[in-house]
Design a protein around this ligand. Structure first.
Ligand SMILES: [Ca+2]
Ligand SMILES: [Ca+2]
Length: 261
């Protein structure tokens, strides 16, 4: 976002019997909300024409509802959200002493450039194999006012020559799926291009485990359930059998029948 000290300058040129309004509504940036109408200089013989015209111009802006006409002392800096590929004009006039005698600043202009796509490949994924493979949904977002082209690629994957290669169903789609078969870490990259500029690519990491328990254990805050002797994330008969196998065993220093660990 570019921030401008924006002061809309409405310059009215009086010349003979005619005048022209510089800066028509269609060219004023959308973010301009406050308008100050400069004091006009009447070079005609018609008295008070400058006041009539200034009032008419102010009324016209007020009628268009989008603008608020203010005094020169009321104009303040405003933040302007630029729209890509739009021409902007702005000026700052300086008042020293005499409020009716401004020092006109130059009119600046710039063309807001094309904004590259903003790419978000989505959250990292933690999952596990089911019958030797897993299909992971990819759900990305790309922000751009222009039509964009996309490309998903696999940046890195586990070194497992026995597993099939990762398969992306539609590498050019925003939302697609990838089928994975090896245990370990896959890194995917999503690139977007708006026809003029590439966006900053975003990556997505997918970690594959052998089962849901191993996936859970990879979390730093995982703790075993009390009674889950074999650490398979469930307390069941297998744990009970292990418990019974060791029932009344003792490996302390004062056991009646010590059992080696
Ligand atoms: Ca763009
Ligand atoms: Ca268990």
């Amino acid at each position: 976002m570019k921030q401008l000290a924006a002061l809309a300058l409405v310059a009215v040129l009086l010349s003979g019997c005619g005048y022209a309004l510089v800066g028509r509504t269609s060219t004023l940036p959308e973010d301009i909300r406050k308008i100050y109408v400069e004091a006009l200089k009447n070079t005609t013989r018609r008295s008070q024409l400058e006041q009539i015209l200034a009032r008419a111009i102010a009324d016209e802006f007020v009628t268009r509802r989008r603008f608020e006409v203010v005094s020169n002392r009321s104009v303040t800096s405003v933040a302007v959200q630029t729209v890509p590929k739009t021409q902007y004009y702005w000026a700052v006039d300086t008042y020293i002493g005499d409020p009716n005698d401004p020092i006109f600043g130059p009119i600046f202009s710039f063309l807001a450039g094309n904004v590259p796509p903003v790419v978000d490949a989505g959250d990292d994924v933690l999952t596990w194999l089911d019958n030797g493979s897993v299909e992971v949904g990819l759900s990305a977002t790309v922000e751009d006012s222009d039509p964009t082209t996309l490309l998903w690629t696999v940046v890195s994957q586990p070194n497992d020559p026995t597993s099939p290669q990762a398969f992306i169903a539609d590498p050019t789609a925003l939302n697609t799926t990838i089928t994975l078969s090896a245990l370990g870490e896959y890194v995917l990259k999503l690139e977007a291009h708006d026809g003029e500029n590439p966006g900053q690519p975003d990556t997505l990491t997918i970690n594959i485990f052998s089962d849901h328990c191993e996936a859970a254990k990879s979390s730093s805050d995982w703790t075993a359930l009390p009674g889950d002797i074999n650490l398979d994330c469930v307390v069941n008969q297998a744990d009970m059998d292990l418990l019974l196998e060791q029932w009344l065993n003792c490996n302390g220093l004062d056991c009646p029948e010590p059992v080696a660990p």
